[in-house]
Ligand binder design. Structure first.
Ligand code: GAL
Length: 455
């Protein structure tokens, strides 16, 4: 077994940690912030496990300085966080610009820079202003202009200090879970909502990227995609074809139009309906030459043919039924997935650079004698980082790795139960306890301590 150290990744490899505004900030209605679709969704009974909400979350809005100091203590050089659109623009458009919201991210960015930490900003991590959802949200084509106005404001305000930008976080998840499955805000369950939402997200992603690049030519502009290594459950033809259809949704739908390849409709015919929303000139507008793409990977999926699944005729074989190691989310622990994903996305012509912008795991952590010994997470991170090195050594263009996440936080529809942090959060007292995985990451980054488990 080879020994892996930070040095093997080279000095330019970016190491970081990722968070998102809605999952951490709290102060949901403080200092002029408008409601987001997630504020509204979490108030609806039965949407979130235990009807939990994120009005306080990790209280990052008030504790950002301590949390950034913690990032510094952990020797993590790059911090990815998102800006809450309704904190800057409570109505979604620029009729009201909330000065206190603008000031907050000034303080976050300045505090990062004062600690020697590079801020990486995501413009949209799912918290759409509710006022815009009332006008149709992502299914209204006007969202492309609304989003560009918001992006322009962010670039003008923070572009002097922020050199790394991500336009969207996981468009497949917020359109799929939000507009088709109804599991995420705003809770819609219709193909006629999902298809336009998907197309408008593709347009907003490219237009947003172009706008940022125009205003900030020396900044690195990217966007992030959820991605999962998909395998057929058997060698039967119908399972292989089912896996190909599922793969369109898991991995292809958003990256391919961005690269100028159009929508992958030949492999999933229900998507042909998207062309109803594609206007003349859109094919070109959908393209943007991103400086990097962020890949976010947690697990792999096995797929089988399923007659009764509408449109897709495919179903996941639950990891629980496969006798494999599981996380709290019931996701399989399968480190080679991240290797396959890097290899796969790197094979697209036009992908210039890849960062892993999220990877991590939830496990049932407990505090004992003031300590959290999260050996499963530590092992998970080590194994995944080793697979990233494997991809890099194979010559793939992977240039960074960000752990999801800093502190345990609000895990969307799952509430607070899944703990993903390398820092434990006591949600009653807001006390932070660095877990073993956090201590390990700090040592790995600082002293280049060996990481075991390289394949
Ligand atoms: C991603 C998402 C994050 C986080 C993570 C863990 O899909 O971007 O916000 O929740 O999954 O489930």
């Amino acid at each position: 077994m080879k020994i892996v150290t930070r040095d093997l990744f080279g000095k330019d490899f970016k190491w970081g940690v990722s968070t998102a505004a809605f999952q951490t900030e709290g102060s949901a209605a403080t200092d002029g912030k408008g409601p987001s679709i997630w504020d509204v969704f979490t108030q609806q009974k039965g949407r979130i496990k235990g009807d939990q909400h994120a009005q306080v979350a990790c209280d990052f809005y008030r504790r950002y300085e301590q949390d950034i100091a913690l990032i510094k203590d952990l020797h993590i050089p790059n911090f990815r966080f998102s800006i809450a659109w309704p904190r800057l623009l409570p109505q979604g458009d620029r009729t009201v610009v909330n000065q206190k919201g603008l000031d907050f991210y000034d303080r976050v960015i300045d505090s990062c820079l004062a600690q020697g930490i590079e801020p990486w900003v995501t413009l949209y991590h799912w918290d759409l202003p509710h006022a815009l959802e009332l006008k149709g949200g992502w299914s209204n084509r006007d969202i492309v202009a609304w989003f560009c106005n918001y992006a322009e404001l962010c670039a003008q305000r923070y572009g002097d200090r922020v050199k790394h930008w991500m336009v969207l976080n996981e468009p497949m998840v917020f359109t799929g879970a939000g507009y088709f499955l109804g599991l995420h805000a705003p809770g819609h369950t219709a193909l006629k909502k999902f298809l336009p939402a998907a197309h408008h997200a593709v347009l907003a992603m490219a237009e947003g990227g172009r706008l940022l690049k125009g205003l900030l030519p020396t900044a690195e502009i990217g966007t992030t995609f959820s991605c999962t290594h998909v395998e057929p459950a058997s060698s039967k033809n119908r399972d292989i074809r089912a896996a190909q259809r599922a793969d369109v949704l898991f991995n292809r739908l958003f990256v391919e139009p961005t690269l100028g390849m159009g929508y992958p409709v030949e492999d999933l015919s229900v998507l042909k309906g998207i062309y109803k929303y594609v206007l003349p000139g859109d094919e070109e507008r959908m393209r943007f030459d991103f400086d990097f793409i962020g890949l976010q990977n947690y697990t792999r999926e096995l797929v089988k043919y399923a007659l009764f699944t509408p449109y897709l005729h495919a179903a996941l074989v639950p990891a629980e039924k496969r006798n494999v190691p599981l996380t709290t989310m019931k996701w399989e622990v399968y480190p080679p997935s991240i290797y396959h994903i890097i290899k796969r996305f790197d094979s697209y012509a036009g992908v210039k650079k890849i960062y892993i912008t999220e990877n991590g795991a939830a496990f049932p952590d407990t505090v004992q004698d003031g300590k959290v010994n999260d050996s499963q997470r530590l092992h998970y991170l080590q194994e995944h980082i080793a697979q990233v090195l494997r991809a890099k050594n194979d010559g793939h263009k992977v240039h960074g790795y960000f752990v999801w996440t800093l502190t345990d936080n609000f895990e969307w529809a799952e509430g607070y139960y899944p703990r993903f942090g390398i820092v434990y959060n006591d949600f009653d007292s807001q006390e932070r306890i660095v877990k073993s995985s956090g201590h390990w990451y700090a040592h790995f980054l600082n002293k280049s301590l060996p990481l075991h488990g390289c394949p």
